[in-house]
Design a protein around this ligand. Structure first.
Ligand SMILES: Nc1ncnc2c1ncn2[C@@H]1O[C@H](COP(=O)(O)OP(=O)(O)OP(=O)(O)O)[C@@H](O)[C@H]1O
Ligand SMILES: [Zn+2]
Ligand SMILES: [Zn+2]
Length: 836
């Protein structure tokens, strides 16, 4: 038997599968998805088995053998291995990079695997076959057995061992000298004859109050308890407990604990709520697709507070009832304890939580619950999309428009695309939910394939219980300036905050820090410098005092007078949260402000801490960046203020209007979600802009139509797709020369393909849209130098049946063959979220 193995060296030369013999003793242990050690040149490397076959076309004398297998249960499923191949073609990354991205960090480190007796060994032992007893006995005697020792002793029992692990009779662990090891905790085991503690209490001196308290507690609760928990409960020191165990009243020893980050927290079980008509309609659609095992993608557009989460919960229940599994993605910053609580409250221990604030070890424990089939639901941020489930029925992506679903480093995948790809393999349903769906997704509900829209649109236009949407006021900051107000707070917003302080209600203030001080705007008339070729605002470069276009390279000198109204109040624009906080303090002495931004939330758990404080009304104002805009559900928030809506609007990015609309809608949605009415003030220098106007009317449809028209005219997504190619080199002249050579070659390749493609189209007379591809640039990247490397970029725009990734792949190979010694780096970003 032969295995095709992808070795763990992300390089062009190793970006293919190599053939290895599977030696006889390993045959029962190796599967597609197994990690193996293979000889490669002088070294032994880690690799992934991606295929098994009876024959190999490689000369048998030259084929080497797999040395060892690293895990009993392969960390990847055959489906994920296939996904890795797809990703490498789609996103132009090394296959091994894609596979590695699917594993929890703990598994990427150097380590060894071992087998121990599991929690359920006892049950097995009673009913088991002699073979099983042999294995269990062997492991029991050794404590921890290395993979190799086990395989040597039971070469033919691979399947059986896997079954034992699945049933919990054995458990796979990491034997590492490192921190990743499974965690142990000192635990108290009360004696079986609990009555003896009564004697102990009598024996102790009257002054040993604390010790007696511990013993009494154990008599009332005669079950094992962690030392830390007991100390916490009774407010006693470790010494007190230790002295009791030294006297032999009970046993104190270390046991392995799952690092469940939510351990010890009790989640109130919740029952499904009776659905509103709108919710029920949506739920029926989703549930019937799930029940029919029909692959379908739904776009659920529901206004803020319409009760999307309840629909998710009931759909998941439906999926579980069918014996299938569900993945829920939420943006990292919405993955708060409140969010987790809603899922754990409904599904209890069937839920695993994966997010980046967990330590490597915690993540690994959660991930193991999936491979051990202990959980049926995974809730997590982007990378949870790779959860190694084998019977997926439903994948939910909440806030599907969020740009954080796109990974910025290789593999530069979009979780939405991965979700659809995986769901296709599982005949599963995808639900993309948002109050402000991305235009890409909206367009897919309107474009038909085989008579059906690619995505199906489901709508929820009412808030639950007939609660009204908050009233949104647009405040024209140009008028404020004319009226002599130079403060960053307009008079209406000032009054509104004052009122809330008086009524003891709460306020959320949003300041967008992205794009800090980068664009130039006239404070008198709102004029913003834009590129004459691209309809995108120019970026101010402090060092050269120039304004530049990041798409086409156009540049102009900084101006000191507004070209539109000749005012001298023109300057680069931006303000920080800290300054807003100071000003609040001056305007409203004694005001209690919680500031949430990157500076105040770096510490683990700080994000949750601030939100809890705010929920408990320890502050009047929650002031922050984007992180205050999403998912928060506080009953006493009746006012939302946006300090400057324009900061996003004028970013040099074709998505800036979309992002502005999304942000304004999301943050407005935080107000008045419960009994009290909500009110929103949006301060802006461009009150007439359609993104501001539509957001103020809660008019998603109007915004989408307007924006789609513009995108169609300018040839931007979703009508054309983009690929960003970035070149970098230490020497500028070489970089420019290479980038130009690359672009020339790419254009040649594209011309060839397009010719044949469009010939084909005209031959069959059925072209929905003719294939088209253009290459813009190369121009200097917006960030023109990083770590002493200069950067240039080009943007590929294409539509129709163009194999753009493949074309770029060929151009990259062509280039690398010619210039192997030059240190030019090329990085490719398919469907980039930011063109930087
Ligand atoms: N059928 C229902 N009956 C009563 N209350 C409900 C129902 N569905 C949801 N709710 C409540 O309505 C509130 C808003 O629901 P939820 O948070 O799910 O909205 P959402 O659409 O996810 O909002 P957002 O997009 O703003 O996060 C919650 O407090 C929720 O418990
Ligand atoms: Zn002006
Ligand atoms: Zn331009």
């Amino acid at each position: 038997m032969y295995a095709k193995v992808i070795v763990d060296v992300p390089a062009k030369q190793t970006n293919r599968a190599f053939d290895y013999v599977v030696p006889l003793p390993l045959r029962k242990w190796v599967e597609v998805g197994s990690r193996v050690g293979v000889p490669f040149g002088p070294r032994v490397l880690q690799g992934f088995v991606v295929e098994l076959q009876e024959e190999s076309s490689v000369d048998p004398k030259r084929v080497k053998a797999i040395q060892h297998v690293m895990d009993v249960v392969p960390p990847l499923t055959p489906e994920l291995v296939g996904l890795g191949r797809w990703m490498s073609g789609m996103y132009l990354c090394h296959e091994v990079t894609a596979l590695q991205a699917m594993l929890p960090g703990a598994l990427k480190a150097k380590y060894e695997r071992g087998i121990q007796i599991g929690d359920h060994a006892g049950e097995q032992a009673r009913t088991a076959l002699p073979d099983v007893l042999d294995i269990l006995e062997f492991v029991r005697l050794k404590g921890t057995v290395g993979m190799e020792a086990l395989m040597e002793r039971f070469p033919n029992e691979g399947l059986l061992v896997k079954q034992l692990i699945e049933s919990g009779a054995l458990s796979e662990v990491q034997i590492v000298k490192d921190r990743m090891n499974t965690k142990k905790a000192l635990t108290i085991f009360p004696p079986e004859q609990i009555g003896v503690l009564e004697d102990a209490v009598q024996e102790l001196s009257v002054r040993a109050v604390k010790q007696k308290e511990v013993l009494r507690f154990l008599m009332d609760h005669p079950v094992p308890i962690r030392l830390a928990e007991l100390m916490d409960k009774l407010q006693v020191g470790a010494g007190t407990v230790k002295s009791l165990s030294d006297k032999g009243w009970f046993e104190l020893r270390e046991v392995e604990v799952g690092r469940d980050p939510y351990a010890g927290r009790t989640f109130l079980r919740t029952k499904p709520l009776p659905l509103t008509d709108e919710q029920d309609h949506v739920f029926q659609e989703i549930q019937s697709a799930v029940a029919a095992h029909r692959h379908e993608v739904f776009l659920l557009q529901g206004v803020t507070g319409s009760g999307k989460t309840e629909v998710y919960l009931q759909s998941i229940q439906e999926c579980l009832d069918q014996g299938r599994e569900a993945i829920v993605l939420v943006p990292e910053i919405s993955l708060t304890p409140q969010m987790v609580e809603r899922f754990k409250g409904r599904f209890g221990d069937l839920v695993a939580v994966l997010h980046s604030r967990l330590s490597n070890g915690e993540r690994y424990d959660e991930w193991r619950k999936i491979t051990r089939r202990q959980v049926k639901v995974v809730i997590g941020a982007r990378s949870a999309i790779f959860a190694p489930f084998t019977r997926i029925g439903l994948i939910i992506i909440d806030e599907e428009h969020e740009s954080s679903y796109k990974q910025e480093e290789s593999p530069k995948y979009h979780a939405r695309e991965i979700a659809v790809q995986r769901a296709l393999q599982h005949q599963a349903v995808v639900v993309l939910g948002s109050a402000t769906p991305s235009l890409e997704s909206i367009q897919r509900t309107r474009s038909y394939r085989g008579g059906k829209p690619s995505y199906r649109l489901l709508l929820m236009q009412q808030r639950v219980a007939g609660r009204p949407m908050p009233k949104v006021h647009i405040v024209d900051m140009r008028e404020e300036l004319k009226g002599g107000n130079r403060s960053m707070f307009s008079r209406p917003l000032y009054k509104a905050i004052e009122e809330r302080l008086h009524k003891k209600e709460q306020t959320v203030l949003l300041l967008n820090r992205r794009g800090y001080a980068t664009f130039v705007m006239c404070r008198t008339c709102g004029f913003v410098s834009t590129c004459p070729h691209c309809d995108i605002s120019l970026t101010y470069h402090q060092s050269s005092r120039m304004l530049r276009c990041h798409y086409c390279g156009y540049a102009e000198r900084e101006v000191s007078q507004c070209p539109s109204c000749s005012s001298e109040h023109i300057r680069h624009f931006g303000t920080g949260t800290q300054r807003v906080e100071e000003e609040l303090g001056k305007l409203f002495p004694g005001i209690r402000v919680i500031r949430m931004d990157v500076d105040t939330t770096t510490e683990k758990g700080s994000h949750e801490k601030w939100l809890t404080m705010f929920r408990e009304k320890q502050a009047d104002v929650l002031l922050g960046t984007q992180m205050v805009a999403k998912g928060l559900d506080f009953p006493d928030v009746t006012l939302v203020g946006v300090i400057a809506a324009d900061t996003v609007l004028n970013l040099p990015d074709f998505r800036s209007a979309e992002r502005t609309f999304q942000l304004l809608t999301q943050v407005a949605g935080r107000a008045g979600r419960h009994e009290k009415l909500g009110e929103v003030f949006v301060q802006t220098y461009t009150p007439e802009h359609y993104s501001v106007q539509c957001a103020s009317r809660h008019d998603f449809g109007g915004f989408a139509n307007h924006e789609l028209d513009i995108r169609a005219t300018l040839g931007y997504p979703p009508f054309q797709r983009l690929i960003l190619i970035t070149f970098s080199h230490e020497e500028l002249p070489l970089l420019v020369k290479s980038a130009e050579a690359f672009v020339t070659r790419l254009k040649e390749l594209a011309a060839d393909q397009l010719r044949s493609e469009n010939d084909l189209f005209s031959a069959v007379e059925q072209t929905p849209e003719p294939a088209h591809m253009e290459v813009l640039g190369p121009v200097a990247s917006p960030i023109s130098r990083i770590k002493d490397r200069y950067r240039f970029q080009c943007v590929v725009k294409y539509r129709g049946n163009v194999q753009a990734s493949q074309l770029i792949g060929s151009a990259v190979s062509w280039f690398e063959e010619r210039s192997s010694k030059e240190k030019l780096q090329i990085s490719v970003d398919v469907d980039p979220q930011y063109l930087m």
